[in-house]
Design a protein around this ligand. Structure first.
Ligand SMILES: C[S@@+](CC[C@H](N)C(=O)[O-])C[C@H]1O[C@@H](n2cnc3c(N)ncnc32)[C@H](O)[C@@H]1O
Length: 282
């Protein structure tokens, strides 16, 4: 499929159907601690806000958190299956089903737009020009001086990490390396100390995609890398789109993900694998 300007659309219909939406809901407990940190960070950075718009809102998990804090709540998502529980999670939310690059919403309407872990999907699965179009839509629907909170996965860069992993996790790493299709993922055994060395990007994708093994989300996760956004490129892109970047906050320590599988970083620096960027419509 091509849009009016001939840009190739890499997909037909929403990324998440019923099975994928159910698989995500089924893992809410797995991500509970991480989500708590995510919602708290967003709430702490909301600032004065009468009207909030959560773009890529899923089943309304953040809108539910913002209830009582913000008088008017709005959410949009392209997937009717992801949105199907939103009225239960946040009955007062105004909900729109649409793609992020063509928001069915008026100009200058919101104090704050939140995009939490949607933009990497736009970059990876959208058309070449879609990210630009999404940023332009976010700017359009914001009031003058309105704020955009972008929360997403950070690229940890090209270095290597050395880790110890228990045998079960090594088995899962081998399976991940066989199936992962976003790039060639490989590790190297360090025989004398029982550790493995692998690219930081590979470790980050492995640890953050384990949850999807055997679920309806596995196929999509195996085609998508979580090593997406780089700080200065992201800031430059936001500035080109007409935003002034006010804050860049790192969170989500890779060591917590390693602990989940009984692993440890040995002899390499830890890193944060997510960021929150706060920007103002310039
Ligand atoms: C990984 S989930 C994130 C959900 C939630 N915001 C969070 O932080 O947990 C990404 C959401 O964005 C939606 N999405 C992805 N691409 C989209 C697009 N181009 N337009 C609208 N929604 C999109 C998906 O349907 C999904 O609900």
């Amino acid at each position: 499929m091509r849009d009016e300007e001939g840009d190739v659309d890499k997909r037909q219909g929403p990324l998440y159907g019923r099975d994928e939406a159910d698989a995500m809901r089924g893992r809410d407990d797995y991500w509970a601690a991480e989500n708590r940190a995510k919602w708290d960070l967003l709430l702490d950075n909301l600032g004065p806000c009468e009207r909030l718009f959560d773009l890529g809102c899923g089943w309304g998990q953040f809108l539910r958190e913002a209830r009582g804090r913000v008088p008017e709540l709005w959410g949009a998502d392209e997937s009717p299956d992801r949105l199907s529980d939103i009225k239960e999670a946040c009955p007062e939310a105004n909900v729109v089903t649409c793609r992020a690059d063509k928001l069915d919403l008026p100009d200058g309407h919101f104090d704050v737009v939140v995009t939490s872990q949607i933009l990497h999907e736009v970059v990876l699965f959208g058309t070449d020009k879609e990210t630009e179009a999404v940023l332009s839509e976010i700017r359009r629907v914001l009031k003058d001086g309105g704020r955009w909170l972008l929360l997403d996965h950070l690229d940890p860069g090209p270095g290597q990490a050395t880790v110890t992993l228990p045998p079960r996790a090594i088995e899962m790493l081998l399976e991940f390396e066989r199936r992962f299709a976003a790039y060639r993922a490989v590790h190297r055994d360090i025989e004398d100390c029982g550790a493995v060395e692998l690219p930081r990007r590979c470790l980050q994708d492995f640890l953050t995609k384990l949850w999807a093994r055997g679920s309806a989300m596995e196929e999509m996760e195996m085609r998508e890398t979580h090593c997406i956004f780089r700080r200065w490129e992201t800031i430059a892109q936001a500035e080109r789109a007409g935003f002034r970047v006010d804050r860049w906050i790192l969170f989500s320590d890779i060591r917590a993900d390693l602990e989940r599988v009984g692993g440890k970083l040995v002899g390499s620096r830890p890193w944060f694998r997510k960021f929150l960027m706060a920007a103002t419509k310039a």
